[in-house]
Design a protein around this ligand. Structure first.
Ligand code: PLP
Length: 360
């Protein structure tokens, strides 16, 4: 067996310990005589799996009691529609456009009501987070929406926008569980788990209870109504059982690592190694305004497309894979999620130094 250092933006690296444990339980989950893939979601044994997962997530994020945790499907993209369907009572909401995912959510919301662009960093290819200290939030807006960590461009909100009292809805797909979070500052936090938590197929939504109700846009499908899922503890229909089971293992792994404060420290250490190198390099440079840099996704370029392509190819041959930047921006991107070990980043930087010397 030989495992690579996988810098994919998602689906992404998972803790090796979690994979090993899942493998050991593959044929017989704890005396049940079957794989978790084969068991009824209504069984007692599965009930324990999903309840434990929720309990551990609540503990990790200190989720207040007046928030529901939903395990959903459809990807983060499905929530681009579910958010307005469930929240647009006045059919108006503010969106902050900091990249492609925020823009997609904004465009989707326009199908259901008036989505207002409150701020944008499109003018500089989303390489920064716009000033959100005095947004033109109006009284009739139902919520303010952000994509907290911009997976493609490598920016992150270091401070949350001033929503002027409106509920904040945040897509945290690529920074989920990467650092401590004050859940009470949000109305809704949601994200696909395939970036930082588990296998594709699960979306976790953490929603303040008063935002979950029957008063949704007419025509909202039963499955997209949060209340349906909340009333049934995410078991209205068959949930992504195996994915949730792996998420549960990752929650336990994070707890064992010391929780979200320890995760943040670990992530800051890794990001610093890479950013410090980029800042001192004569060949490579980061593409994002320093104060807005993400701890999770680190885009960089050489300034020469051919050299970028050569780097990506040689890095892959050396065991550092998926370093090609998103197709919309080019260059390189190293995604260094929770499960990426420090050694992976150190070795990548060693490889970059060598590449720099050889291509000076
Ligand atoms: C990957 C990603 C998405 C899309 O997720 P899907 O699960 O593929 O729909 C949305 N938002 C962010 C921030 C992402 O990183």
């Amino acid at each position: 067996m030989s495992r690579v250092y996988n810098f994919s933006a998602g689906p992404a690296v998972l803790p090796e310990e979690v994979l090993t444990e899942a493998a050991s339980e593959m044929l017989d989950y704890r005396g049940s005589g079957m794989s978790v893939m084969e068991m009824s979601h209504r069984s007692k044994v599965y009930d324990t799996i999903i309840k434990d997962a929720e309990r551990d997530l609540r503990e990790l994020m200190s989720i207040p009691d007046n928030y529901k945790v939903l395990f959903l499907q459809g990807g983060a993209s499905q929530q681009f529609a579910a958010v307005p369907m469930n929240l647009m009572k006045n059919k108006k909401a503010g969106y902050i456009i900091t990249g492609q995912w925020a823009k997609k959510a904004y465009q989707e919301a326009k199908l259901y009501g008036e989505a207002v662009e409150l701020a944008s960093s499109a003018d500089e290819t989303f390489s920064y987070i716009p000033d959100c200290s005095n947004l033109a939030v109006t009284d009739d807006m139902d919520y303010v929406y952000i994509c907290e960590n911009n997976t493609i461009y490598g920016t992150k909100f270091q401070t949350l926008p001033d929503t002027k009292g409106k509920d904040l809805v945040a897509d945290v797909s690529s920074c989920f569980l990467s650092e401590p979070v004050d859940v009470s500052k949000y109305g809704v936090i949601y994200g696909g788990v395939q970036k930082n938590i588990g296998p594709a197929g699960v979306v976790i939504a953490i929603i303040r209870e008063d935002l979950i109700g029957d008063d949704v846009l007419s025509g909202t499908p039963t499955m997209l109504k949060w209340k349906t899922q909340a009333d049934n503890d995410s078991l209205y229909n068959t949930p992504p059982c195996y994915g949730i089971y792996i998420c549960g293992k990752v929650f336990r792994w994070i707890k064992k690592m010391g929780g979200l404060a320890a995760m943040k420290e670990h992530n800051e250490k890794k990001a610093k190694i890479l950013y410090d190198f980029l800042d001192g390099s004569a060949l490579f440079r980061g593409t994002v305004r320093k104060e807005d840099r993400s701890l999770m996704n680190v885009p960089f370029v050489t300034g020469n497309e051919e050299l970028d392509a050569k780097f990506v190819k040689e890095a892959a041959a050396a065991g550092f894979v998926n370093l090609k930047g998103h197709r919309s921006v080019g260059g390189m991107r190293a995604s260094i999620y929770n499960a990426m070990p420090i050694a992976g980043v150190e070795k990548l930087v060693d490889f970059m130094k060598k590449f720099e010397e050889e291509n000076a």
